[in-house]
Design a protein around this ligand. Structure first.
Ligand SMILES: Cc1cc2nc3c(=O)[nH]c(=O)nc-3n(C[C@H](O)[C@H](O)[C@H](O)COP(=O)(O)OP(=O)(O)OC[C@H]3O[C@@H](n4cnc5c(N)ncnc54)[C@H](O)[C@@H]3O)c2cc1C
Length: 477
């Protein structure tokens, strides 16, 4: 298979370091299509995974179909807020991939407890076949979180055709910027990243498909469905049938009580591109000064506001950089903005390579000790998770920030660092504070449940002792 993929990558212009064949299966000679299985990057532009999938389809003279399988166990860390944002983007993706009858998009929900890509590989126990069973090859996104890595490994083993993964979430592929699978020091990483990033932000070629989807493939009786009427449902149907959506989410442990976000954010690549346009024309020139002076506050005024779009893969960070450079911005503002995207890539590297990333133990030991020493002198206090979630602590500043988060799905008026520092301040146990901060961030922040949120929380915990020193002169609270 390696040769087939290399030839296809040559045509699509996909760098060798960006893709990997995850098993040693031969392409299925009777395959009816190439399966594009986006898990991290459901977009059609600036998408190496999609371009490589199309290129393999052209080489094999086959059509391409797209399966989006929503892993409900993963979203049980988030809420209906994330599912709605994702479905909005999938409505747009469906329109784009199906234009000119080029492809078909199918949507499935993977139930909690399945722990595997059931809709791709199929399930004998549940008597349904997988979309991968008639595929010549399956092309998917590289993943960075432990749960997703396990699912990908199990799909690679259980599929009887090649599974190819492509790094489309990051600017520079991990293999290109790390050695021996080790996480580099952050400053060294940022320096090398800034040196070579321009090599990775060239516009992607759009591979032209040569075969359209035959009418026999318009409906495929594959994958996991909860009820027979769900089989024919597409993203727009689920958004419209919100009671049925809530029922499925409740049955699978995804909180459906969280309110929809009260803002203009709608999922999908066109929404992201609109924000990017506003950012490069109106905000980027002043970004360096503003981000240094306002930090996490007033993001709405100076930031791109792209984090949910980058996190859900509706926007490519390479496109963001390319447009920023084309805008004519340079100097301090451009460098400061690029550094933010470099930090984002670094979060992905850490998530992929550090076994305990996301746990309390991922905080540097010296900083954990420093927090624990400070907290030993603090009042013995805790609140139940629900009181935290509903902004019912004694601290009105924290409650105010949390209320903004409940309404908007992000804190753009307030300082996200303060939101996190105050959780550590209030809770006696710093381990519990970390669990809570992660839980609240993941459930309510629209840009959460990904490597960057964890990275930011680790940053807050690692700078907490310094913060405490600055406000109470040594932490004698
Ligand atoms: C407690 C706390 C929780 C956070 N949780 C998340 C989260 O769940 N998801 C998330 O994407 N960001 C998180 N951040 C980081 C940061 O607040 C957001 O990335 C930022 O608010 C996004 O706004 P923007 O898109 O306008 O960013 P811009 O200033 O326009 O930056 C562009 C992009 O760079 C990346 N970026 C920016 N700052 C950082 C950073 N410090 N570290 C890594 N990448 C960065 C983001 O992808 C961002 O969209 C958190 C920060 C804190 C303090």
């Amino acid at each position: 298979m390696d040769e087939v993929v290399k030839a296809a990558a040559g045509v699509s212009g996909t760098e060798t370091a960006r893709f990997k064949v995850l098993n040693d299966k031969e392409p299925r000679t009777t395959g009816e299509y190439v399966l594009w299985w986006p898990t991290e990057c459901p977009r059609v532009q600036w998408n190496d995974t999609y371009e490589l999938a199309k290129s393999i389809a052209v080489q094999a003279d086959l059509p391409i179909i797209c399966l989006y399988a929503i892993d409900l166990a993963f979203y049980s860390m988030g809420s209906i807020r994330h599912i709605n944002f994702l479905l909005e983007g999938l409505v747009e993706l469906k329109k784009s991939v199906e234009s000119s009858n080029q492809s078909r998009l199918f949507l499935r929900f993977e139930p909690v407890g399945s722990g595997a890509a059931l809709s791709v590989v199929g399930s004998e126990d549940l008597s349904f076949s997988g979309f991968g069973e008639k595929a010549y090859a399956v092309v998917t996104d590289a993943v960075y979180m432990p749960r997703s890595s396990k699912i990908l490994a199990s799909a690679a083993e259980n599929l009887d055709c090649p599974l190819v993964s492509v790094e489309s979430s990051v600017v520079i592929p991990i293999r290109k910027i790390t050695t021996d699978g080790q996480v580099p020091d952050q400053s060294a990483f940022l320096e090398s990243w800034m040196d070579i990033c321009t090599d990775f932000v060239k516009p992607r070629k759009s591979v032209k498909l040569t075969r359209s989807v035959p009418s026999s493939m318009e409906k495929l009786d594959c994958g996991c469905v909860f009820g027979s009427r769900d089989r024919e449902w597409y993203p727009g149907d689920w958004l419209q049938e919100s009671d049925r959506l809530k029922e499925v989410l409740n049955e699978n442990g995804v909180d459906s009580e969280v309110s929809a976000v009260t803002s203009a954010y709608r999922g999908g690549e066109s929404g992201g591109r609109k924000l990017l346009g506003i950012f490069v024309t109106r905000k980027l020139d002043a970004y360096g000064y503003a981000s240094e002076n306002y930090g996490e506050t007033k993001r709405g005024e100076y930031g791109s506001l792209l984090s949910p779009y980058l996190n859900f893969g509706f926007m490519s960070p390479s496109e963001v950089i390319s447009r920023s450079m084309e805008s004519g911005a340079k100097g301090h503002s451009l460098d400061t903005f690029l550094e933010k995207l470099a930090l984002r890539d670094f979060a992905y590297v850490r998530s992929a390579l550090e076994p305990n990333y996301g746990s309390y133990e991922a905080i540097k030991e010296s900083e954990r000790d420093a927090i624990e020493q400070i907290k030993a002198k603090d009042e013995d206090r805790t609140y139940p998770d629900e009181e935290w979630a509903h902004a019912q602590t004694h601290d009105n500043v924290w409650n105010g920030i949390q209320r903004e988060l409940l309404l908007r799905g992000r804190n753009i008026l307030n300082d996200r660092n303060i939101w996190c520092y105050k959780i550590i301040d209030i809770e006696k146990s710093s381990r519990n504070a970390f669990r809570l901060a992660r839980k609240l961030n993941d459930k309510y922040m629209l840009d959460a449940i990904g490597p960057v949120g964890i990275f930011a929380l680790l940053g807050c915990f690692e700078s907490y002792a310094g913060y405490r020193m600055s406000i109470v002169g040594g932490g004698e609270g």
